[in-house]
Design a protein around this ligand. Structure first.
Ligand SMILES: N[C@@H](CCC(=O)N[C@@H](CS)C(=O)NCC(=O)O)C(=O)O
Length: 260
């Protein structure tokens, strides 16, 4: 909001509050809140995909606020996140009247609104840019999530069924998740070997494809780094070395998937 508009907004707010007989403290609190009115808010669940959005906003130098949500002891989103968006998933952003979930949609929205001239995709990388922006959540993340489910279900099963659960989910992991993950990671590795400049769309700076791809790769690096090839490892280091990424970490708080 421009300063003039904000001042007008504050004055209007102050007048309407005093007309309602509110105390000085109420008015002061409203004044403070009104200063962030209209500012982009990232609803940030710890250790989650919303780290993507913090990194992107830092790269674009877009002012934003963070509203934090802590996972429950089962690792799920708390009920407060369902009050922001019906599926209770992170990330979600609010930007004025807009409330938007789904990290790919948020990345495209933020770049479209705030980063058009800052994110340059070379003509030769347009298709890779489109592909990897969607591939990250559409094809790669489901494999990681399936792997996580295969580990979690036996851990959370009652002790008397745990050996069976271990057997069944272990087989699922060995027979499906691991081979599939290997195939995808070798595909990504060979893409990065060819990518000029080391970013997914081949430019000299990260693009939407990178804001999307960094999360699964850094999650694998932190949990099972031996599955990643040298180019993937180099890529994760390169992302983590960016000053904007470090600022995002500082603002977002502890994050399990960044081993800096
Ligand atoms: N495809 C969605 C996935 C969102 C998602 O599953 N987020 C996880 C965090 S990384 C979450 O909110 N988990 C908490 C829960 O499911 O309870 C996106 O990219 O935003």
């Amino acid at each position: 909001m421009s300063c003039r508009l904000r001042t007008a907004h504050n004055l209007h707010l102050k007048a309407s509050l005093s007309a309602r007989n509110l105390t000085f403290v109420d008015v002061y609190a409203a004044f403070i809140l009104s200063d962030t009115w209209g500012m982009l808010i990232v609803h940030h669940l710890n250790d989650s995909r919303s780290q993507r959005i913090l990194w992107l906003l830092e790269e674009l130098e877009v002012p934003y606020e963070i509203k934090r949500y802590d996972r429950t002891k089962e690792g799920r989103a708390p009920k407060e996140l369902f009050e922001v968006s019906p599926l209770g998933k992170s990330p979600v952003i609010s930007d004025g009247d807009v409330v938007l979930a789904e990290s790919g949609a948020i990345v495209e929205y933020v770049i479209g609104k705030y980063g058009k001239d800052k994110i340059i995709v070379p003509e030769s990388g347009r298709l890779d840019h489109l592909y990897f922006t969607h591939y990250a959540e559409g094809s790669l993340m489901p494999i990681l999530v399936q792997g996580m489910v295969n580990r979690m279900v036996p851990q959370q099963s009652p002790f008397f069924v745990r050996p069976f659960a271990n057997l069944i989910f272990g087989q699922l992991d060995k027979g499906f998740v691991q081979p599939e993950l290997k195939r995808h990671l070798s595909f990504i590795e060979s893409h990065l070997e060819k990518a000029n400049g080391g970013w997914f769309a081949g430019g000299s700076e990260p693009s939407a494809a990178d804001y999307m791809m960094a999360f699964p790769l850094e999650a694998l690096d932190a949990t099972d780094s031996k599955v990643l090839g040298p180019k993937c490892l180099e890529y994760v280091r390169k992302v983590h070395a960016r000053p904007a990424y470090k600022r995002a970490l500082e603002r977002g708080g502890s994050y399990a998937y960044a081993r800096l």
